[in-house]
Design a protein around this ligand. Structure first.
Ligand code: PBG
Ligand code: ZN
Length: 342
C-alpha cells in the first residue's frame, strides 16, 4: 500500500492517539514526573511518658501510643523494610505534667528527649524529625503561651518554642518541625540553633502552610492535645486563605526554613503547587493528616474505595502537585506495597 492511500483511508489525527503512551504497567510508571519511593516517607510516632505503653487509638486505625521501652520491637520490622524517617510527638499522660508554658515539652526525662536518645542509639540510620509545639504540654492545650485574655503572647511563645527546638537538637534530633503557626518562630529557632552551634546539623522543617480545619481530630485524641477552651483559628490559617499561605511561605523561607510542610494535603493541592513554585529551591513535604487517613480507612471499610488503590492515588496527587516528601500514617503499608508489583 502506498503511503498516500494509507493516509486517505485513515482519518485519525496523529496527535489524537495517547493510549500508546500508557498501555503497559511500566509505561504507566514512566508517565509520573516523580515516583513514590520509600525515601520520601516520614512516619509519625506518638511516644507517651508511660515507658511500657502500647495503646490503640480508636479514631486512628492501626496507630498506637507507644512507650520508649516498646519502640525497639515496633520500629525494627519497619526499618528492616526500608523506613528512613520518623516524626516524633510526645504525649504526657502523667497527671500534673501540663502547665501554662508547656515546661514538659523539653523535659530531659520526658518522652520526646528520651525517644530521640533511644532511637539514635538503637537505629542510628533512622532520620529523626521532632514536631515542635506546646499544645501537648500546656494546661490550656493551645500551641503557645497565652496572655490573660486567652490570646497568643507571640514574644513569649516563640522564645519558648525556640528553646524547645534547640533542646531537641541538642538531644540528637536531626530535624525540628515547628507546627505551632505562631508568627516569627522560624527566625527565633534558626537564631537559637546558630547560637547553640547546631544550625549546620539541624534541618528546620516549617509547617508554613498549615490550615485550621476539621481534619486533626484523631491526632488530638492520640496526643491528648485538644484545646480546653476555644480553637486554633487565630494562629492556624483559614481554609480559604490562599494569599495568607503564600505570604507565610515567603516569610518562613526568608526566616531560614530549610523545608516546608503543607498541611492538610488532599484538600490543599493548589497550596502545594504554590509552595513548590514559591519555595522551588526547598523540599516540600505534604502532611497526610490524621483526619484524612481516618476518612480513607472509613471509606475502605464501607467498601466505597480500596485502601491500597486510594492510598496510591492520593499520595501520587501530592507528588504531582509538587511535594517531594510525605508525612503519612500509611508509611508501614507503603513499605509493603512498594515491594509488590504495582
Ligand atoms: C501540633 C500538631 C497537630 C498536628 C501536627 N502537629 C495538631 C494540631 O495542630 O491541632 C496534626 C497532625 C494530624 O492531624 O495528623 N500542633
Ligand atoms: Zn500545637
Amino acid at each position: 500500500m502506498h503511503t498516500a492511500e494509507f493516509l486517505e483511508t485513515e482519518p485519525t489525527e496523529i496527535s489524537s492517539v495517547l493510549a500508546g503512551g500508557y498501555n503497559h504497567p511500566l509505561l504507566r510508571q514512566w508517565q509520573s514526573e516523580r515516583q513514590l519511593t520509600k525515601n520520601m516517607l516520614i512516619f509519625p510516632l506518638f511516644i507517651s511518658d508511660n515507658p511500657d505503653d502500647f495503646t490503640e487509638i480508636d479514631s486512628l486505625p492501626n496507630i498506637n501510643r507507644i512507650g520508649v521501652h516498646r519502640l525497639k520491637d515496633y520500629l525494627k520490622p519497619l526499618v528492616a523494610k526500608g523506613l528512613r524517617s520518623v516524626i516524633l510527638f510526645g504525649v504526657p499522660l502523667i497527671p500534673g505534667t501540663k502547665d501554662p508554658v508547656g515546661t514538659a515539652a523539653d523535659d530531659p526525662a520526658g518522652p520526646v528527649i528520651q525517644g530521640i536518645k533511644f532511637i539514635r542509639e538503637s537505629f542510628p540510620e533512622l532520620y529523626i524529625i521532632c514536631d515542635v509545639c506546646l499544645c501537648e504540654y500546656t494546661s490550656h492545650g493551645h500551641c503557645g503561651v497565652l496572655y490573660d485574655d486567652g490570646t497568643i503572647n507571640r514574644e513569649l511563645s516563640v522564645s519558648r518554642l525556640a528553646a524547645v527546638a534547640v533542646n531537641y537538637a541538642k538531644a540528637g534530633a536531626h530535624c525540628v518541625a515547628p507546627s505551632d503557626m505562631i508568627d516569627g518562630r522560624i527566625r527565633d529557632i534558626k537564631r537559637g540553633l546558630i547560637n547553640a552551634n547546631l544550625a549546620h546539623k539541624t534541618f528546620v522543617l516549617s509547617y508554613a502552610a498549615k490550615f485550621s480545619g476539621n481534619l486533626y481530630g484523631p491526632f488530638r485524641d492520640a496526643a491528648c492535645s485538644a484545646p480546653s477552651d476555644g480553637d486554633r483559628k487565630c494562629y492556624q490559617l483559614p481554609p480559604a486563605g490562599r494569599g495568607l499561605a503564600r505570604r507565610a511561605l515567603e516569610r518562613d523561607m526568608s526566616e531560614g526554613a530549610d523545608g516546608i510542610i503543607v498541611k492538610p494535603s488532599t484538600f490543599y493541592l493548589d497550596i502545594m503547587r504554590d509552595a513548590s513554585e514559591i519555595c522551588k529551591d526547598l523540599p516540600i513535604c505534604a502532611y497526610h493528616v490524621s483526619g484524612e487517613y481516618a476518612m480513607l480507612h472509613a471509606a475502605a471499610e464501607k467498601g466505597v474505595v480500596d485502601l491500597k488503590t486510594i492510598a496510591f492515588e492520593s499520595h501520587q496527587g501530592f507528588l504531582r502537585a509538587g511535594a517531594r516528601l510525605i508525612i503519612t500514617y500509611l508509611a508501614p503499608e507503603f513499605l509493603d506495597w512498594l515491594d509488590e508489583e504495582n
